[in-house]
Design a protein around this ligand. Structure first.
Ligand code: DON
Length: 576
């Protein structure tokens, strides 16, 4: 149904609805007084990451005259040390870089790839049933990691530091250790079963006597320090062709994994053009395939642009209803069309066109939720922890970086590479193990996202940069699996439609609908009366724990405003 709709729309060239005049966001500086939430303010630049130690080292890079890319790469490696459950060198991600001077916005795709020996049905048993355990918690769950290659490419092309300089703070943090905060202790306790299953993982996260670290104790990672040092000394290719590659391949051989030396040697990050759209006069750039994020954030914004969301108000039943209806339609398309564009054709121009949005909008009734009953999706089990990592960085010279990277779950597959000190991702679960069978986030995929050797699995990660009149304005993104797209969307709408300062925009309660399951997920903080009104329109409300962690920045009138997401207790924005 969706395929034909899209074709018809494209063919018919439906006229755009008359859009409302762009509503200007309230100036960030004008609303600080009397607000409940206050952004961090800077005049020369800003970093916002999910760990204060990473924010600190990135801040120091900017203070020493480094640019935003230098700071981003330094933060990226530091997070791999201070937040080993999600910051990563055993995973992959996406980085958007906007250079105001050249007007260029580029996307660095360092998403993991399927190993050469991967097959379409590798996660199905002999009866053709998808086996979640295989795609999530075995060595076969790992895609070929892209982070080291991606961060080093960013640095080479757009930074000023050497790789060794960018790695130095991470090496120091791994070698000397850092004092563990409560969040670290809680994470290890929650994932205890997975972290004690493999010896290499256990020796990484527990003390020599096998007991866990307590708050205030110092956590050191000597194997990781040695790996990072090898990379610093020999360059990024060391990870792919040197001793680290050998350690990864040996780990795979011992445990029936698929990644070989050849897979590692063949890994290449790709520079791509980001998805682009406009919303009320702003230019929105976000990650293109193999992420679905950019296409669908643009699609949802296109649908919502014709409504006066600002007038309806934040958290109003009308606003929430229309957002949910737009989200549903975007996620239905995601399931059908999205995949790695190096392998499949994705009708991106159609999905992101205003005309197609007009067609989709015309199906939305203001007083009634459209049921999502086209496909029976089984019983998805959304993975609720938020363990991808997003950070945003801007310098005083017009360079802005929006980066999201991940090893997928908290602690990825739970499997550390013996002797190398880092966790392997379980990103292969982001492929569709079988058409129609949901992944860990309840996302359905089909042909477009089937497993193929060398292919990148579909992602939802949505690093985003919004420009106004050619200037960097909002830098945002988030973890949260399937909720990444909608979380990022809401930060953007909170600033543009609701005139919130960036800290309020990041802190405000969030909602999420992903078509299947047919439920409107809400965080705590929306009025019960509003939720009743939504139920009366046919929405099934599902109260959920926190969604996302959207470390964000707004730049306005030469000032930098940082919003650290309170959903992650270690989040930190630092201005300079
Ligand atoms: O690429 C993706 O879309 C997922 N692997 C992201 C995973 C994530 O955000 C984990 N947090 N819930």
């Amino acid at each position: 149904m969706h395929m034909s709709l899209l074709r018809r729309t494209l063919g018919a060239g439906v006229l755009s609805a008359t859009l409302l005049a762009p509503s200007l966001a309230v100036a960030q500086s004008a609303i600080l007084e009397g607000e409940r939430f206050h952004p961090e303010v800077g005049t020369q630049g800003m970093v916002a990451t999910s760990h204060f130690l990473a924010s600190q080292v990135a801040h120091d890079v900017l203070a020493d005259g480094g640019n935003a890319v230098d700071a981003a790469v330094t933060a990226g490696f530091a997070l791999a040390v201070t937040q080993p459950r999600s910051g990563n060198i055993g995973g992959g991600g996406f980085m958007l870089i906007s250079d105001e001077d050249s007007g260029e916005v580029v996307a660095i795709d360092y998403r993991e790839t399927a190993p050469a020996a991967a097959t379409e049905t590798m996660f199905q048993d002999e009866d053709g049933n998808a086996v979640a355990e295989w795609s999530r918690f075995t060595h076969r769950a790992a895609g070929v990691p892209g982070t080291v290659a991606g961060l080093s490419l960013a640095l080479e092309k757009y930074g000023t530091l050497s790789l060794a300089e960018a790695l130095a703070p991470a090496i120091r943090l791994a070698e000397d250790g850092f004092v563990v905060p409560q969040r670290f202790v809680d994470g290890v306790a929650e994932a205890g079963e997975r972290l004690t299953k493999w010896d290499a993982t256990k020796s990484m996260f527990y003390k020599e006597d096998g007991s866990p670290y307590a708050v205030g104790e110092t956590f050191r990672q000597p194997d990781l320090a040695a790996t990072l040092k090898r990379i610093a000394e020999q360059g990024a290719r060391e990870f792919y062709e040197g001793e680290t590659a050998e350690l990864i391949a040996a780990e795979m051989e011992r445990h029936d994994g698929l990644i070989t030396r050849e897979d590692l040697a063949g890994y290449q990050p790709v520079i791509r053009e980001p998805s682009h759209g406009t919303y009320r006069g702003y230019d929105v750039y976000a990650m293109s395939p193999p992420s679905s994020g950019g296409a669908h954030i643009v699609q949802i914004l296109n649908i919502l642009e014709a409504y006066d969301i600002g007038e309806m108000g934040f958290g109003a039943a009308d606003t929430m209803h229309l957002m949910a209806e737009a989200m549903k339609r975007a996620y239905a398309d995601r399931a059908e069309y999205l995949g790695d564009t190096d392998f499949v054709d994705v009708p991106l121009d159609g999905i992101t066109s205003k005309a197609y949005a007009d067609e989709l909008r015309s199906q939305i009734a203001i007083d009634r939720a459209t049921p999502s009953d086209e496909i029976s999706a089984g019983d998805p089990t959304p993975y609720e922890s938020n363990e991808t990592t997003h950070f945003s960085i801007a310098d005083g010279d017009g360079l802005a970086v929006s980066n999201t990277y991940t090893i997928n779950f908290s602690y990825g597959s739970g499997i550390a590479v013996e002797g190398a000190g880092f966790l392997l991702n379980n990103e292969m679960d982001d492929f569709s193990a079988k058409p129609g069978v949901p992944n860990a986030y309840g996302l359905i995929g089909g042909e477009a996202n089937k497993i193929e050797p060398g292919k990148r699995m579909l992602s939802s990660m949505t690093p985003t940069i919004v420009k106004r009149d050619g200037e960097n304005f909002l830098i945002t993104g988030s973890p949260g699996g399937s909720r990444i797209i909608t979380t990022t969307l809401q930060v953007l709408m909170n600033v543009i439609d609701h005139g919130m300062n960036i800290q309020s925009a990041v802190s405000a309660p969030r909602l999420h609908h992903q078509w299947l399951p047919d439920e409107l997920r809400v965080e705590a903080g929306f009025s019960p009366d509003t939720l009743s009104l939504l139920e009366a329109r046919g929405h099934t409300i599902s109260q959920q724990s926190a969604m996302g962690a959207a470390q964000s920045i707004v730049i306005e009138d030469g000032q930098f405003y940082g919003g650290a997401d309170p959903r992650r207790s270690t989040s930190s924005a630092m201005g300079l």
